[in-house]
Ligand binder design. Structure first.
Ligand code: USQ
Length: 382
């Protein structure tokens, strides 16, 4: 298939592009380097430098013999977006091209506005470009489990059957996001659902939990093909942060009571979920939603595991509760369904001690580059 990966420079975008290319698909990536620019502006560069997209495509061609096309530009700019879609005419579009950090969206008015404009602008242009240049293309959109929030009932896979005053209908599962970033993903879902109803688009919306790890089948042989490893408070996700903290001797930053529970997945499973969704497309006129995670953990569970494995490696890890900068429930019910991707054939890579130890030993080799003062910034939700 011809697959366009929007946001192909990001933590998940580049590994996805290589994975799909390795499976024989014709892949092109699009990015405006927003994620790199914001990290530089906020002085929170990732653990190690990562080559730009042209360099990565050259390294990948040398390693695999496969070409990945590179388009650098802003998908909020219609002329650029239309040019990419009209020349490539994809069969499938993977849409990662969003400002991805909840803390960044809560930083100040400018960051909030950028998040709103970028995330909704790219989604809208993607919809318009598919309609105009590739009307049968399948849009695979990265949403987030955070769209649902933490309701006191079981979370279904996207939809909820409701009986009201003797009549029944099916609706999107209620959404109540916990940050402006997560709210833009709710708005994306609504926008996609509207155009699925109006124009018969085919869409899969993946409600993904926090991802951890950097290793995939495609980057094991060459560290220059690894994705960004962010560990700062803005762009780092919790488990990747805890691994860095354990290695550099910083106490693990459990926010508040640490009972916050989410659905996690290994980066390898992100790639498999996206590929399985593409290879088993949604129907025309269907908004298909999958909850994309493999295991649930509380923050305390994760801290306990990192401490156990870190101590075995001789690290003497300390767990400490810090005042929670976010507004979120610290103890809550959490029972989300997640059978759709397993039914498509997903074989999960669970969080074992070996997986954690491999990541910790990798970070140990880069320990000198850790900037401990970037771990806490205290961006407050209110
Ligand atoms: N947390 C801590 N200590 C830390 C960092 C985070 O206790 O040092 C807690 C947070 O308060 C939260 C949980 O860990 O309760 C997860 O936080 P996170 O920073 O790993 O994840 P989040 O901000 O929710 O966002 C990440 C990705 C985002 C994706 C989302 C999936 O950045 O792109 O959409 O995970 S989900 O969390 O299911 O909404």
């Amino acid at each position: 298939m011809k697959i366009l990966v929007l946001g192909g420079d990001g933590y998940l975008g580049w590994p996805t592009a290589m994975h799909l290319s390795a499976r024989g698909h014709e892949v092109a990536v699009v990015d405006n380097y927003l994620r790199r620019r914001l990290a530089t502006e906020e002085d929170v560069d990732p653990l190690y430098a990562v080559p730009n997209l042209h360099e990565r495509a050259t390294l990948w061609r040398e390693a695999s013999g496969n070409s990945i096309g590179v388009h650098i530009g802003d998908l909020c700019d219609w002329e650029f977006c239309a040019g990419v879609f009209s020349s490539f005419r994809p069969d499938a579009v993977v849409h990662y091209a969003e400002q991805p950090a909840a803390p960044y969206s809560m930083l100040n008015r400018r960051a909030a506005s950028l998040t709103l404009h970028n995330n909704l602008g790219v989604t809208a242009n993607t919809i318009f470009a598919v309609r105009e240049f590739a009307p049968d293309a399948h849009i695979v959109k990265l949403g987030t489990m955070g769209e649902y929030g933490t309701p006191d009932i079981d979370i279904e896979e996207g939809w909820l059957d409701i009986e009201h005053k003797g009549r029944k209908d099916r609706f999107l599962f209620p959404r109540q996001a916990g940050s402006l970033y997560h709210t833009t993903k709710v708005m994306d879902t609504d926008l996609l659902w509207y155009y699925v109803r109006m124009w018969g688009l085919r869409v899969t919306d993946l409600m993904q939990g926090p991802v951890y790890g950097v290793f995939t089948d495609e980057n094991q042989a060459d560290e220059r093909l690894l994705p960004f490893y962010s560990y700062d408070e803005i762009f780092g996700t919790v488990l990747n942060r805890f691994v860095i903290q354990a290695v550099c001797g910083h106490p693990l930053t459990v926010y508040g009571a640490g009972g916050q529970t989410r659905g996690y997945l290994n980066i390898r499973d992100t790639l498999n979920c996206v590929r399985l969704s593409i290879e088993n497309p949604a129907d025309a006129g269907e908004l298909r939603i999958f909850n994309q995670f493999t295991e649930t953990f509380s923050v305390n569970d994760l801290a306990g595991r990192v401490k156990r494995v870190g101590d075995e490696l001789g690290m003497n890890v300390e767990i400490r509760s810090f005042p929670n900068p976010r507004k979120e429930k610290e103890e809550h019910y959490y029972n989300p369904a997640h059978t759709g991707l397993l039914e498509l054939g997903l074989e999960p890579h669970f969080l074992t001690d070996e997986v954690l130890a491999q990541l910790m030993q990798f970070v140990q080799r880069h320990e000198a580059q850790i900037r401990e003062d970037k771990i806490r910034r205290d961006i407050k939700w209110d």
